[in-house]
Write a protein that binds this ligand. Structure first.
Ligand SMILES: NC(=O)c1ccc[n+]([C@@H]2O[C@H](COP(=O)([O-])OP(=O)(O)OC[C@H]3O[C@@H](n4cnc5c(N)ncnc54)[C@H](O)[C@@H]3O)[C@@H](O)[C@H]2O)c1
Length: 339
């Protein structure tokens, strides 16, 4: 089997997880990673038994890596020349600049949620609009929150149709180690609708969405409550069965200890998942309820790893590795261990 050659630009929170995710796909090969400076994550990678090949974004950056005994395989141009597609996980706003390099090289690229939508031809979600990404040169993933709750809303939508959702997000303020954020002892609100509700309407334009956003000083995952108006009435138990059947949703029980964002993190760490990553969103069984015909439910989003599966779906769509979205997501799920 000819393997699709994938490059990752930016080896930060998302880039290191994308690199691992690609390395796990039997039909893909991770050619290497590119970065601008020997960060803590890159030092950790080179202190580990089997590091990925590293390329510098610019040759002037070589010395800073080599002085740390981190071998440099080549520059960005070398990496892109060997690759079929690049996953750009540079900080938000840098991807649009990197896009000029990708355009000149004639290489396809997938961008992350921190970029403006204009960076891409298509705003993409593996389950909700795979077809729109087929053959496109530049795709942009939804943010971590939007990726996670679109999974659940799309799951419901495909079964009974959804007219309207109200989405309230309790947002972790920073990733672990992000000391520069400095938000403590505060719950900061934003005006409605939150950008995630607006993003859902871009991906699923047939659904009317609004909702609130509250930033809170925690680092391990967001909590989202969703009030969905289905087109057909659905019972709580039928809704739970739908969610349970979804490979990227893990229905968890508060009674068994899954009672917080950090419970998911602890579970993944105790299970031995690398970096305590979880690709699945958690959906709290005892928090599914009906209000009239409206379905109310709550999910937890592992923000550092949730976008990895949908980004790999985007590779499949852009390079048309699978024309059928269902086949594509099934392969991604299989290689990431989410069958
Ligand atoms: N952190 C999250 O929880 C999260 C979740 C979903 C999506 N995202 C999105 O993913 C993207 C990356 O975010 P992150 O949190 O991984 O950032 P990060 O700061 O952890 O990592 C970015 C990496 O890119 C490197 N870099 C800087 N300039 C570069 C360049 N010109 N070319 C290549 N690499 C460069 C940095 O050195 C760093 O290693 C953003 O768009 C962000 O909005 C982040």
């Amino acid at each position: 089997m000819k393997k699709t050659k994938v490059a990752v630009a930016g080896y930060g929170v998302i880039g290191q997880r994308l690199a691992d995710g690609v390395a796990r796909q039997d039909d893909m090969e991770l050619v290497g990673i590119a970065d601008v400076t020997p960060t803590l994550s890159i030092r950790a990678l080179y202190d580990s038994p089997s590091p990925y090949d590293l390329y510098v974004v610019d040759d002037s950056m070589r010395a800073s890596f080599e002085s740390e005994n981190i071998p440099v395989k080549g520059n960005f141009n070398d990496l892109l020349s060997k690759s079929d597609i690049v996953l750009d996980a540079a900080p938000g706003g840098v991807g649009i600049k990197n896009k000029e390099i990708y355009k000149k090289k004639g290489i396809k690229a997938i961008f992350q949620g921190g970029e403006k939508n204009e960076v891409a031809d298509v705003f993409f979600h593996g389950y909700a609009n795979y077809d729109k990404g087929l053959g496109k040169d530049y795709l942009k993933l939804t943010s971590c929150n939007t990726t996670g709750f679109i999974r659940a809303v799309d799951c419901l939508d495909k079964a009974v149709g959804v007219e309207r959702v109200v989405v309230t997000i309790v947002r972790r303020v920073a990733d672990p180690g992000d000391t520069h954020r400095g938000l403590v002892d505060v719950a900061m609100v934003e005006k409605v609708p939150n950008h995630q509700a607006k993003d859902l309407m871009l991906i699923m334009p047939h659904i009317d969405a609004t909702g609130a956003l509250v930033h809170v000083p925690t680092t391990h995952g967001h909590i989202i409550t969703i009030l969905a108006t289905p087109k057909k009435k659905i019972s709580v138990s039928d809704a739970i069965s739908l969610f349970e059947a979804h490979p990227r949703i893990k229905v968890v029980d508060i009674a068994k200890g899954f009672n917080s964002n950090t419970a998911m993190f602890k579970y993944a760490r105790d299970k031995g998942n690398k970096r305590a990553d979880m690709y699945e969103i958690a959906l709290f069984r005892e928090m599914v309820a009906l209000s009239g015909n409206n379905l109310f439910f709550t999910i937890s989003i592992p923000q550092e790893s949730v976008v990895i599966p949908e980004t790999i779906d985007a590779i499949r769509a852009s390079l048309m590795l699978q024309k059928d979205g269902k086949q594509a997501v099934a392969l991604t799920n299989k290689y990431l261990g989410m069958e």
